[in-house]
Design a protein around this ligand. Structure first.
Ligand code: ATP
Ligand code: MN
Length: 469
């Protein structure tokens, strides 16, 4: 038989495939389940193109290769050629009556780990090489793709340029947390200076280098030429924070805009988040419905909640007043000057305002050196966007564009100005008011998928003591 071109399961089940009814088709994929009896076998075949599997029906008596059929068990990879027919059974419109099956790879039922449904997320993390084959991770990975695509689309449609910022950085002042060192020095024979300190001039780059914690400083350089830029790349933090919201390696989206103040920045953040949520609701319906049914009855309601509500905008100082007046016993007590914890953020969003909240004008001492100082001399033009279930999803600010004020802050915060001479020069030559923010991609994935743990929204999570796969 002449080999047929493969049709994707998505095309058979989601597209209008009626023109293929009664015709031969070929599908390839992995067996999700196999059931039946000695006369007929029902195989649910999934190729990852959609959440649904296509049902393959085999008439066992007339099938010519029973040895092969025995090996068609959960996890096996096969190619099926047969006729597409309307299904008489419940649950699917079409099915394939198999004429020919080719086995690419079997999966010994005694050893293939994904036998039953309902494995725990902890167990699935240990088999991250196979978990993409579950319905749940298939849905998550398709949503992750769609969300990445939507991010590029949004910026492209709105006049932003995608700027590639370096992953290896020579400045350790990005101010967003502990960094991973990049070195080729030998641990057995570390070159030292006379005073005993390590001589990084003999290292690969001739200086200390680390993995970036943020592309922002370089994005600012781009904005001072192209007006509107964004980055979308991996960032790394060596904090030992074992929480369901922190990864050691995560993806960040960082738009940076010239001629933009904190209000424009907030408008962009709100519009961008709403666009992304809506894009996924419009384009990933099946996957969202699956996740809602399986894990989280309120998922679509929560997504809708973001679309329907105007984000509440208040200052940090007002937020502290609300928290103090709440009468709540927080694990971390609040007073003006403390950094907010997710319990406080979630109280504001879920209990008090019942809508997403944007907090602005934080005390300068708990924020990075590059944020624009307000006239009160105490607060900076920072903004955090707070979401239900997640807490902080975006952190951003209007940047300090005044040379004197910026170098003053750099001194106060004991940052080595030799490390950021290039950053300071943008304030010397043609400076401009500008703003930007960082959105944690996996935090947004958590929100959109309703998953509880950030390790379950990235294919191969990196966390303290875990870099398998
Ligand atoms: P948090 O207080 O939650 O640790 P942060 O203040 O360190 O966050 P920023 O430095 O402002 O965060 O980073 C910008 C965005 O990146 C955050 O709003 C969040 O969405 C995301 N983010 C920060 N740290 C992590 C992490 N370790 N894993 C995943 N996402 C993160
Ligand atoms: Mn942090």
């Amino acid at each position: 038989m002449k080999s047929l071109k493969r049709t994707r399961v998505s095309e058979l089940l989601k597209g209008d495939s009626s023109h293929l009814l009664g015709k031969q088709v070929n599908v390839k994929g992995w067996v999700r389940t196999r059931r039946g009896n000695k006369n007929v076998a029902f195989i649910a075949l999934n190729d990852g193109s959609v959440i649904h599997s296509i049902q393959v029906v085999v008439d066992v008596a007339s099938f010519n290769n029973n040895e092969l059929l025995k090996k068609v068990t959960t996890g096996a990879c096969i190619s099926v050629t047969g006729v597409l027919v309307e299904s008489v059974g419940k649950g699917q419109l079409y099915e394939i009556q198999a004429r020919e099956i080719e086995l690419y790879g079997d999966a010994d039922p005694g050893r293939y780990p994904l036998q039953k449904k309902g494995h725990s997320f902890e167990f699935l993390r240990e088999i991250a090489h196979l978990r993409p084959r579950t319905n749940t991770f298939g849905a998550i990975l398709r949503i992750r793709h769609a969300l990445s695509f939507a991010i590029h689309k949004y910026f492209n449609d709105n006049g932003f340029f995608y700027l590639h910022t370096p992953i290896i950085t020579g400045s350790d002042c990005e101010g967003a947390g502990a960094m991973f060192r990049v070195t080729t020095l030998s641990f057995d024979d570390v070159p030292r200076k006379e005073d005993g300190s390590i001589d990084f001039s003999r290292d690969f780059f001739g200086k200390e280098t680390n993995l970036t914690v943020s592309g922002q400083l370089e994005a600012e350089l781009g904005a001072m030429a192209l007006s509107n830029v964004y980055t979308f790349g991996p960032t790394f933090r060596a904090e030992n924070s074992n929480t369901p919201r922190h990864l050691s390696e995560f993806w960040m989206i960082e738009p940076e805009m010239a001629f933009c103040d904190i209000d424009d920045n907030m408008n962009l953040a709100e519009d961008f988040l709403k666009y992304l949520v809506k894009y996924i609701m419009d384009n990933c319906e099946d996957d969202l419905e699956f996740l809602q049914k399986m894990y989280d009855n309120d998922l679509l309601k929560r997504l809708d909640f973001v679309l329907k509500n105007e984000f509440e905008r208040i200052t940090y100082t007002e937020a502290i007043e609300i928290l103090e007046a709440s009468g709540r016993e927080f694990e971390f007590p609040v007073s003006w000057g403390v950094d907010l914890q997710s319990e406080h953020e979630r109280y504001l969003v879920e209990q008090h305002f019942k809508k997403p909240v944007i907090l602005t004008d934080y005390p300068k001492d708990i924020k990075a050196f590059y944020m624009k100082l307000n006239d009160d001399g105490k607060t900076v033009r920072a903004l955090d966007v707070l979401f239900p279930k997640i807490g902080e999803i975006i952190g951003g600010s209007q940047r300090e564009e005044r040379y004197d004020k910026l170098s003053q802050r750099i001194k106060e915060m004991k940052i080595n100005s030799g490390d950021v001479w290039w950053y300071l020069e943008t304030r010397k030559f043609g400076t401009a008011p500008h703003s930007g923010f960082g959105l944690g991609f996996e935090r947004l994935m958590l929100f959109i998928t309703g998953m509880d743990n950030i390790r379950d929204v990235i294919p191969f999570p990196r966390t303290p003591m875990n870099a398998e796969f």
